[in-house]
Design a binder for this molecule. Sequence first.
Ligand code: GAL
Length: 728
Amino acid sequence: MRKCVLFNDNWQFAAQKLSLDAPDDCFVPVTLPHSNKLFDHHNVDNAAYQFISTYRKKFHWHPSPEDDNALVFLDFDGVMLACDVYLNGRFLHQHLGGYAPFSVDITHQLQEGENRVTLHVDSRERKDIPPYGHLVDYLTFGGVYRDVHLRQVNVSHIDNIFVQTTNVMQHPRLTAEIRLSHLQPDLTLQASVLDSNGQEVASLQQTVESQTNRLEWPDLPPVTLWSLDTPTLYTLQVTLWENGRLLDTLSTRFGFRQAEFRADGRFYLNDQPLPLFGLNRHQTYPYIGAAAPARLQRQDADILKHELACNIVRTSHYPQSPHFLDRCDEIGLLVFEELTGWQHVGDEKWQALCLEELETLITRDRNHPSIILWGVRVNESGDNDVFYTRTNALAHQLDPIRQTGGVRDFLGSSFLEDVYTHNDFSMGVRTPTEQPHLITEFAGHMFPTKIWDHEERLIDHALLHAKIHNLQLGHAQIAGAIGWCAFDYATHIEFGSGDRICYHGVMDIFRQPKWAAYFYQSQQDPAQKIVLQAATHWTMGDRSGGGNNPLTVFSNCDEVEIIIGDINVGRFQPNFEQYPNLPHPPFTIDGLNAYSAWGQAKFYNLRLVGYLNGQPVAEQQIASSRLPKRLELTADADQLYANGADMTRLLFRITDEFGNPLPYAIKVVTFELEGEAELIGENPFPLVGGQAALYLKAGHKPGPVIVRAYAPELPGAEVSVQIVPASG
Ligand code: GAL
């Protein structure tokens, strides 16, 4: 019977290539996911992660009689960038490529008692492995940065399940392709379709006749569709039997939904046109590179859906964490997933690796209802009809239903895919003749913006995103637009703002909102969340010429009332004139000069009240004093698992008396920790820009943890997190 355990604990790590018999004192203990190096939040030098490291783990193996016919695998979710695997001194496997999972059969080298697995992890930017070979505008970082599992299965086991749902709008039909490890006589498959409460809604039994078996349910009872508002998930549970003896069980989640880009240029989800509105995501974080545990991966999906109101994310430019994709399924966030690469296509061997990774990615991810498009062209590479005919064919062969896209940044390219996906940095929207058409990037390097930038730049950055979305939403031939990008990210020296960060995010690297983030957030239905955010530092002298006119407000309210000091300036409506196609245009509030102009008006506090159907529903106040009054410290999670890897973000901010961050506050913030956990990040932190974050990483023991923050002249702040027993 299948046993699968997380294999993240008790690894040893050395930041160099050590021989297989190196003594224990050459290593330090680590838990996965692990970055081969920790960094400051900016100025990351990519040379610092480029080395070969050694990971080693000793574990005990005591097979029981029922394990007689067992195979044992190590399953790696992702190791950056190449990995040699040894067991008990013997080389077993080499994997090239940092974004795709791989499995190593360790059965024949396993011994009873103590075993020792050793990995040589090569995190150098090797030109022979995608995405490298030329320049790359992001960092790959290094290490065993995703989970590892130890999996034991019967020799005869289920290798893969591929679920397809068709005709879901009329008469839903379910097909599952079950691939077995090998064919032998007297095998039977049983499959149950479980609803989201675990209740069986359909089942099937079938004699095995070939290694790949097709199970079909042409007549299902009524099913609930997967949609953005009700992302209903089902589970297909498959069991494999040999003459009544259970050999294996494997399950996968899936959803019933129809997702299609049509010739009219639009995207349809369950037969309804859905304008796509989204952002690109890189999988990297401050301090820890790409080694973020499940909680942070899942949180990024939540941020994109709930804080940025996106309905789609592009996993630029590589397969991302299974935890991230699982969460997208659960919350109803569409995904455009693409193969690894950036502008460069290498030689035959390089292309073979790229194809291999594409195959692994589609095989891993094709049951996710959230994924609606495979990106089968290396981002922004030139035409290469031979190679891209192969990537398209491979995607269609592995997944006959989902469409393909291929991201290019020039018009007139060979169009071999189903959807014309295009990075449009024209600062408007171009209209290729090919249909359907999806904009996969805009803004980005055309308008880098820091969270502590000058007010005018932050407003213009937000309004650039508003402008492009307004244009795309009003354009009948454009299915949607995915902006560049969700979060600021660390990059190579050829890109970025001198401190090796691309400040292209609508949020900063800590996932804190710039005003552009409030533009995104404000596009949601107020029934989901009421948004009211004035895009101003509320100063008399930050803008050229001074004052605060016009005032931009991002809100999904019908009206916004402005009160300056005691004066009620009036109620204002969204700017439909300039942004007719947005569900909730920004407010452009003109005529404030009488109340907030440089050298002419006394400067008072600003108060905004948002109204829906004539009723006040939201309020924001900004103090004119702009003096630091509070140091705030918050943890996103109040509980962490005691597994040595779980993490939560600790946001800290210097704010005015109403809790608005002060973007020009500069102070050294110092942290103290009490309890079985670790602070990840700079401590003391030289805070520039009024807000930043550290991460709290759980240890292995349950118990309370308290973090305290101090900044000169401000009252200290404190937050508690409970470390609870690991859930496995
Ligand atoms: C694009 C590229 C992205 C990022 C972006 C910056 O050309 O695809 O990865 O570099 O530019 O705007």
